[in-house]
Write a protein that binds this ligand. Structure first.
Ligand SMILES: Nc1ncnc2c1ncn2[C@@H]1O[C@H](COP(=O)(O)OP(=O)(O)OP(=O)(O)O)[C@@H](O)[C@H]1O
Ligand SMILES: [Mg+2]
Length: 241
């Protein structure tokens, strides 16, 4: 089951976008202030992820995994340290360029799916392509192809409330892949799923790395999921190991 048959990206010998590790976080910290009290969540996160690499992020509940993923996905800014994505130091970027980089380069699979209610699976998968200005016929054809690849060719016109949890998660995955992002972030994508649905999701993520040279970072509590990745990064009290 292949979502993308496109050839791997060609790599340029020059430094900058397209060369080197896809992402590098260095000394990243993140704290929040709640009712005047400072909560330090990420203390010192340093690691890098290569193109084509699949990395699991593990750690206890509350250790900061989702906080870290939000930073990697440019949904949140670190309080300190640096985050370089595809050769660009994102810590210095304004909101406009950040959101362009996010839209073009990053696909996010959220734990709670975050699908639009009252929109069909086809429409949900098409959303990132609407934002990218892809013409309607091309958009529909690609959304259909993506849904077929995750085994939902028979559910194109179903709305989220008419789908099972595993089916909704597969729609969310198809949506995350729609713009062929260089980085795919998945926060417990198999958390609520049975073994068969988990396998479909992991097969797809691994295939993105193998066929398209995409990097994948997956937060998981499941040892079977972690065992299928290339490398495990453990978060212990906000520090990477
Ligand atoms: N926006 C926020 N404001 C205040 N505190 C926050 C915020 N986001 C996260 N936290 C705190 O940061 C800590 C880490 O949260 P995070 O969601 O990153 O954990 P996690 O490792 O993903 O946990 P889980 O495995 O339960 O999903 C928690 O103690 C949480 O209360
Ligand atoms: Mg979490």
């Amino acid at each position: 089951m292949s979502v993308d048959t496109a050839a791997p990206r060609t790599r340029s010998p020059r430094p900058g976008p397209g060369t080197g590790p896809l992402l590098r976080v260095e000394g990243v910290t993140r704290h929040f202030t709640v009712s005047g009290t400072r909560i330090d969540v990420l203390h010192d996160c340093t690691f890098q992820v290569e193109r084509g690499e699949v990395v699991a992020v593990v750690g206890q509940s509350g250790s900061g995994k989702s906080t870290l993923l939000n930073v990697l996905g440019l949904l949140d800014r670190p309080s300190g340290g640096s985050y370089v994505f595809d050769g660009v130091d994102t810590t210095r970027l304004g909101e406009g360029p950040r959101s362009r980089l996010r839209g073009e380069g990053i696909g996010f699979v959220f734990q709670q799916f975050h699908l639009l209610e009252r929109r069909t699976a086809l429409a949900n998968v098409g959303v990132p392509m609407v934002l990218a200005g892809v013409p309607v016929l091309r958009r529909r054809a690609r959304a259909r192809e993506l849904l077929e690849a995750v085994g939902l060719g028979h559910r194109l016109h179903s709305q989220p409330h008419q789908l099972s949890g595993g089916e909704q998660q597969r729609v969310a995955l198809a949506r995350a892949l729609s713009r062929q992002p260089a980085l795919i972030l998945a926060d417990e994508p198999t958390g609520a799923l049975d073994a068969a649905s988990s396998t479909v999701i992991m097969d797809q993520l691994l295939e993105q790395a193998r066929i398209r040279d995409a990097a994948v970072v997956v937060v998981t509590h499941d040892p079977k999921v972690a065992a299928r990745t290339d490398r495990v990064v453990e978060l212990v009290e906000g520090r990477t190991r």
